[in-house]
Design a protein around this ligand. Structure first.
Ligand code: ADP
Length: 297
């Protein structure tokens, strides 16, 4: 079982996830056997080049897209085997989603409070309880002053924080955010990131953020890199206190091994030693070495 930074039991477990999109006779493999475990209460960043499969992964975790093969469990829900009613319940109660485009997260003709009340109404909460919860949530994320404003009367950062309040309304276990700071300047991006952190710490929500923003990925304990539809590397960060009492963050990059023992060797390593199709593996006392196939040259 892969390590989660908090050592907690897993909330998200993806194993050998495959998602093939069919366009006429053309097949696009968006996910090609992706493995990912996220511990309950953990916050991770997912990074990777455009087209790597990050959005597809979030759609699968959101219950909006079905994998072609593989298994995915979130908070005990098997997302490959949900009835229509269960899928609706999962999307309403278990998972919250924040998108990059601030305008797409909120209903434009509803106030901030109206937006937060919407999922509460869909979950059958009465008007009084809805109002109280919406006001409380907006205050928690620092935009209580926007309760009666329309999205067009709020800044981008205020809209994204309202979107986080909407996503948290029904007390989800998992919060998914797809480039939530992509349209914001760095100071506002930090505020939005701090709000996600707040959701993690105060509400105990597990957070998965897809981001290109190094300022975000550098601040989480674990960054998972997705490449060609698979998890390629993970960076774990921990804070170490030196003898002089100063603390510093140590970041260590790991390759990820799947259950079948497959490891992706980074392109720079392959190019540096001209590793091609065949390599030699040597088991030593405390390591496994991977050597070029000299016979092939
Ligand atoms: P990322 O979020 O990392 O940019 P995506 O998950 O959006 O990557 O896409 C992964 C691959 O799957 C890309 O090659 C993309 O073109 C393809 N893809 C994503 N969604 C669809 C779709 N609905 N139909 C066809 N191809 C898709």
């Amino acid at each position: 079982m892969p390590v989660t930074t908090q050592g907690s039991r897993p909330l998200v477990e993806c194993e050998s996830l495959v998602r093939i999109h069919q366009h006429g006779s053309v097949e696009v493999q968006a996910l090609q056997g992706l493995d990912l475990v996220v511990g309950a209460g953990e916050m991770i960043a997912v990074v990777g080049p455009s087209g790597a499969g990050k959005s597809t992964l979030l759609s699968v975790l959101a219950g909006a897209d079905l994998p072609t093969a593989g298994s995915v469990r979130v908070a005990g829900w098997d997302l490959t085997a949900l009835s229509r009613a269960q899928r609706l319940a999962y999307r309403r109660d278990v998972v919250g989603f924040v998108r990059q485009q601030t305008a797409r997260n909120l209903v434009q003709y509803l106030t901030a409070r109206g937006n937060v009340e919407l999922p509460l109404a869909l979950a059958g909460r009465g008007p009084r309880a809805r109002r109280a919860r919406a006001v409380e949530l907006l205050e928690t994320v620092g935009v209580g002053h926007c309760a009666d404003r329309l999205p067009s009367q709020m800044s981008g950062g205020e809209q994204q924080r309202t979107a986080i309040a909407v996503a948290l309304a029904n007390g989800p276990r998992l919060l998914l955010a797809d480039e939530p700071t992509g349209e914001l300047d760095s100071a506002t991006a930090q505020e939005v990131f701090d709000t996600l952190r707040l959701a993690q710490h105060e509400a105990g929500v597990t957070v998965v953020v897809v981001t290109h923003d190094p300022a975000v990925s550098d601040q989480v304990e674990r960054t998972v890199a997705v490449r060609d539809g698979r998890t390629s590397t993970e960076v774990l960060r921990r804070t170490e206190v030196a003898e002089d009492g100063a603390s510093r963050v140590i970041a260590q990059e790991y390759a990820v091994m799947d259950r079948a023992g497959r490891v992706q060797v980074p392109r720079e390593y392959r190019e540096a030693l001209a590793l091609t199709r065949r390599v030699r593996l040597a088991l030593e006392a405390d390591r496994v070495s991977l050597l070029p196939d000299v016979v092939a040259r």
